[in-house]
Design a protein around this ligand. Sequence first.
Ligand code: HEM
Length: 505
Amino acid sequence: MGLFGISWATIVLSIAVGYILLMFLQWYLKFRRTAIVLCKIPGVKTEFLFGNSRQMPGLNEAAFEWMFKNVTERPRLSLGWLSSFLPMVNVVHADTVKVILKSSAPKSRSLYSLIMSWLGEGLLISNGEKWFRSRRLLTPAFHFDILKAYLEVKNRASSIFVDKLQAYADKEEYFEIFEHACMFSLDVILQCAFSYKSDCQTAKMKQPYVQAVWELNDLLADRFFKFWLYPDFIYYLTSNGRRWKRACDLVHKVAENIIQERKQTLISDAKKGKETKCKDFLGILLTAKDDNGTGLSSAEIRNEVDTFLFEGHDTTTSGTSWTLYEIARHPDVQDAVYKEISEVLEGRDNDNILWEDLPKLTYLTQVIKESLRLNPPVTFIQRVTDEPMTLEGYDIPVGTTVNVVIVNVLINPTLWEDPLKFDPDRFSPERNDERDPFSFVPFSAGPRNCIGQNFAMNEMKTVIARIVHRFKLELHPTHKVERQLAATLKSKDGIMMKAIPREKL
Ligand code: HEM
């Protein structure tokens, strides 16, 4: 028997239902207050339940046209709804982006929680104290002197890449550039960050790790627009959710192997009384101690390795592939790049790029930047406001999700003249001062900018210079190239091109 003749089960159930209703009411009132404030921001008409999520015409080239139309109509900021309950402010202008990226607004949980099961709370996803400690710890791994030493690895990996292209050239065959750029970038990050040698560039089979990363990339983009799949317990019931889990398990195993191998080296070095000199990224992670003498936990190390393995190769794959595509598409640009490289390498008996060559490759740098502008590897990032702010006179309440739509900032017609035109001259040194730095944000900006920015630029300059010095690139005449939105920018059916040895021209 319970209380006043009511059974205990009924009492417990009533309290539980009452609690849930109260929580819902609390959430609804907060949501309503926020929505009333945010609704003043202009946006596209929404659809019941789905908001604007079904208006984006796929994740393909048509999506880029749709985004360009949006940024042309609302060039500073706009309101979008991922569902009727998920408002998001899109910032697309240097002035509005600056406010967000300079603020302490943390990474939002809605986007980044989707990759949490893959990358964990590594540098990319963590916030607050945890992020600050990791950033401070890992910054030395990108010090000027260390980057200088990495150039040798990048040249070695470029030589393998160039030899592979030579084999295609000998047979006069077309090749798909993303595939090869991906293996090159993976080779580089494995060696530079983890001192891990692999035969990934020359192996006959596609690496299972790479296959898994590509799968995760596609699955993530697909899930982003399906808000009903956001809770993990629902997602894992779907076949895509199970694929996600399998791919995550595989990439974690790869990271674990890398860590274990290095730990063994550290132990055997210590036994031999040898001091391990290697201060690469993994060396720093394994030996770092905070002020209390405590090192990172195994989980923390794994999260950082997963983060750097992914961020360190997938983004540069995209950047390198799209730049080579733009170079092949614009013969005049290709000639100018070749001329510059030939002048820099004049009189040398090999085409290795030296550290002091990098600042001399000014036109190539302009070309890479212009390609990153039109084909940004990371198309958008997200923050959630942790204090009230005002954007363009609109109040933005605490807890609002803000999308920094990088791809739109980079083609915003109020920031860039003739924005869809490929024109490397807009990055010429004399025009640099004209531009607000927050209008060119492929690497983001502010305190949470890309830690690997210089590493990536050096890598792209080296490999592209080596390839263009050796070959003239031509696109396949009938293969259609279409961009595809994924976690990083991909090409829907790849990019087919041909390499013609310069001595045959
Ligand atoms: C073309 C190449 C690259 C592009 C376009 C790029 C772009 C970006 C962007 C836009 C962010 C900000 C992410 C956010 O706010 O959510 C970021 C952060 C980050 N990137 Fe890169 N990235 C590139 C290469 C690299 C490389 C080579 C590495 C590592 C070796 C790297 C490691 C990271 C890390 C760890 C963060 C998080 C930094 C933090 O929050 O403190 N990236 N990158």
